[in-house]
Design a protein around this ligand. Sequence first.
Ligand code: SF4
Length: 65
Amino acid sequence: MADCKWFPVCPMKYFYEQGELDRKWIEIYCKGDWRSCVRYHMEENGQPHPDWMLPDGSLDERLRK
Ligand code: SF4
């Protein structure tokens, strides 16, 4: 399965590369089941969503800058 098309520009990639996000999110969603990602669908639908919202739709205040 191909990676999520949003991965190159997704804040989750940035946070992961900064060492601030657990790799499991990338493996489960971005390089796996991106169809289940809440961020993906909101992006597709043009719905605003915070950078610190995780793929499952929960908010991680630790990532809030
Ligand atoms: S967090 Fe969601 S939208 Fe962002 S790259 Fe991963 S699967 Fe795609």
